[in-house]
Design a protein around this ligand. Structure first.
Ligand code: AP5
Ligand code: ZN
Length: 217
């Protein structure tokens, strides 16, 4: 399956993507995680991306699309993928369509996670992420690690993401509404959008997502 996950910052895209990818046996491709891996390796791309991410803005399309394309062309993505955080505006969605067309591929669904603003703000404020791998995600009340400040998966140090400050979160939400939400209409026109509530326990949301994807495919 080829799936795009969309939803506001903090809706739980990363959390759900990890679980859905495992169940559906497809790789989880997160442009946010790819940028953060570049930042921790201190690559040129990482340095560039950090300046945009810390301000809550989108990284320029040219570098983002090239990075996403490169990842989607890896052998493990041949049979399908779950895109998390990409595309994030209409021009990225158009670029993805061109890319898929040239390979004679198509998307199966765009899963839209809905959550009210006050909930996503709470989820982001308490989020703690592993220094070794930003896909290892915890929450100070909703998903506590066994040992405070230590990742359950790999023993790495947990920290608060630089772009999770209150001011940057407000900016990220604004960018979501103005630049990312329009892709929902773009994909509605292709009949691909499945909307589910991201409220409730993590397991409940995963169940809802799998049901919705089954119904849709
Ligand atoms: P990115 O990393 O994609 O961040 P985001 O979209 O803002 O989403 P988040 O990672 O904040 O949240 P999430 O929905 O994954 O929630 P999570 O599962 O962690 O992008 C970061 C930046 O990179 C962007 O601002 C931009 O600068 C740049 N970027 C990335 N892609 C780009 C692109 N395509 N183009 C241009 N720039 C790009 O959950 C949040 C918390 O809630 C966690 O603590 C979790 O444990 C908890 N939680 C999750 N589900 C539940 C639940 N059901 N109940 C209770 N708690 C829950
Ligand atoms: Zn870890």
């Amino acid at each position: 399956m080829r799936i795009v996950l969309v939803g506001p910052p903090g809706a739980g895209k990363g959390t759900q993507a990890t679980r859905l990818a495992e169940t559906l046996h497809i790789p989880h491709i997160s442009t946010g995680d790819l940028f953060r891996a570049n930042i921790s390796r201190q690559t040129e791309l990482g340095k560039l991306a950090k300046s945009y991410m810390d301000a809550g803005n989108l990284v320029p399309d040219e570098v983002t699309i090239a990075m996403a394309k490169d990842r989607m062309e890896q052998p493990d993505a041949e049979g399908g993928f779950l895109l998390d955080g990409f595309p994030r505006n209409v021009s990225q969605a158009q670029a993805l369509d061109v890319l898929l067309d040239t390979e004679d591929m198509r998307l199966d669904a765009v899963l839209d996670l809905e959550a009210p603003e006050e909930e996503v703000v709470k989820r982001i404020a308490g989020r703690r992420v592993c220094r070794n791998d930003s896909a290892h995600v915890f929450h100070e009340t909703y998903k506590q690690p066994a040992r405070e400040g230590v990742c359950d998966v790999c023993g790495g140090e947990l920290y608060q993401r630089d772009d999770d400050s209150e001011e940057t979160v407000r900016k990220r939400l604004e960018v979501y509404h103005t630049q990312t939400e329009p892709i929902i209409d773009y994909y509605k026109a292709q009949g691909l959008v499945v909307t589910i509530s991201a409220m409730g326990a993590v397991d409940e949301v995963t169940g809802r997502a799998l049901e919705a994807l089954k119904r849709d495919s």
